[in-house]
Ligand binder design. Structure first.
Ligand code: FMN
Length: 338
């Protein structure tokens, strides 16, 4: 049997498919099914900073002192009852998930400022999380906030959480940083053990009849994998820490491309919502078949073979790709499309 084990965050995972943070893992039965069909780890849904700030306003004044989420901004957010788990319920769910399966369970914290994270990270560690994923989604909309300041805030947040716990911490990043290689290197220095590429954003849609702006959620398509592949291929070899890919992973081919770019793991959510949890088993069967047909003995030996570091000619990763793509596009292709 072909070896598809991968190392991630210092853990030996039995395969390359991790279930990324999603509501599906709010059910212990689903987590069991994920393990049964071959998921190698599960990242639980996130606890949100805004939720913790709301809880802490009623439960713990200490926490709210450190958070920068203002009363005004919280007013526009869901009320406490609208979050599907309070932090106590979350920790209990985490404990039950750990008892239910053998695969690693990662907890997830989602926020943008540094208030209170250390305490919650420690509680997650005590409840049995084998690692923590930090999702630091923030929209930089103020003309007074420079990118250097945002990066510094992120680094401080990561460093404080890494110092607070012994378990490894992965950082789920936005693609919208100016200098990702530099940021990733500084995250490594701050103590992160992996970067996860990339957070997917859910821009609101505009209803022109009701004159309203509404939340929308579209599942990903495999075309969204391309920026992740590109950056995994660029970062691989520049970093000592692991790379995870999330966003647009739907098939065995997507898993292979990501690992060949340099990823240690790939993460799936949309494909599971669209095709069911059993989809993982089908993808792993396709993956094994592909590797066997080409006489590989393990998946790990393909890792990074299409990274920028391994390339004899790096121009396809650089500006050369951009120029070539645009200049080789023929007008006939456009005409044929009409
Ligand atoms: C219904 C749903 C809930 C999600 N919840 C979270 C969350 O709580 N925290 C988080 O970091 N990402 C969350 N995500 C993002 C996913 O973890 C994942 O990164 C993203 O969907 C890209 O992967 P995909 O292309 O396989 O869907 C959620 C996505 C979906 C579709």
């Amino acid at each position: 049997m072909i070896d598809i084990a991968m190392d991630y965050l210092g853990m030996k995972l039995n395969g390359p498919i991790v279930v990324a943070s999603t509501l599906l893992s709010d059910s212990i039965d689903n987590i069991r099914r994920m393990e049964d069909v071959g998921a190698s780890a599960v990242v639980l849904t996130s606890l949100f900073e805004e939720q913790l700030a709301l809880e802490s306003r009623t439960l713990d004044e200490d926490l709210s002192r450190g958070t920068e989420a203002s009363a005004e901004s919280l007013h526009f957010l869901p009320e406490l009852k609208d979050y599907h788990m309070t932090h106590d319920v979350y920790l209990d769910h985490l404990r039950r998930a750990r008892e239910a399966v053998k695969i690693p369970i990662l907890a997830s914290l989602n926020g943008a400022t540094s208030g209170g994270w250390q305490r919650f990270a420690r509680e997650m560690e005590q409840a049995g999380a084998q690692a923590i994923e930090l999702n630091t989604y923030a929209l930089a909309m103020s003309r007074d906030q420079a990118s250097a300041e945002i990066e510094q805030q992120l680094l401080e947040l990561v460093e404080s959480v890494c110092k607070a716990v012994k378990i490894p911490v992965a950082v789920k990043l936005s693609a919208a940083f100016t200098s990702l290689s530099n940021l990733a290197a500084r995250l490594e220095k701050a103590g992160a053990r992996a970067v996860v590429l990339f957070n997917r954003f859910y821009q609101p849609d505009f209803d022109i009849e009701a004159l309203e702006v509404r939340p929308t959620l579209h599942f990903s398509t495999p075309s969204e994998l391309l920026p992740r592949l590109h950056w995994a291929a660029i970062l691989y070899g520049q970093l000592k820490i692991d790379i995870g890919v999330t966003g647009g992973v739907h098939s065995a081919e997507d898993v292979l491309k990501s690992v060949m770019a340099g990823a240690a793991v790939t993460m799936m959510v949309s494909a599971l919502h669209l095709h069911g949890i059993e989809h993982i088993g089908r993808v792993l069967a396709d993956l094994r078949y592909w590797l066997e047909r080409r006489e590989y003995t393990s998946l790990a030996e393909t890792r990074g073979c299409l990274s920028r570091r391994s390339a004899p000619d790096t121009s396809p990763y650089d500006r050369g790709n951009y120029i070539k793509t645009l200049s080789s596009y023929s007008l006939r292709q456009t005409v044929a499309a009409f």
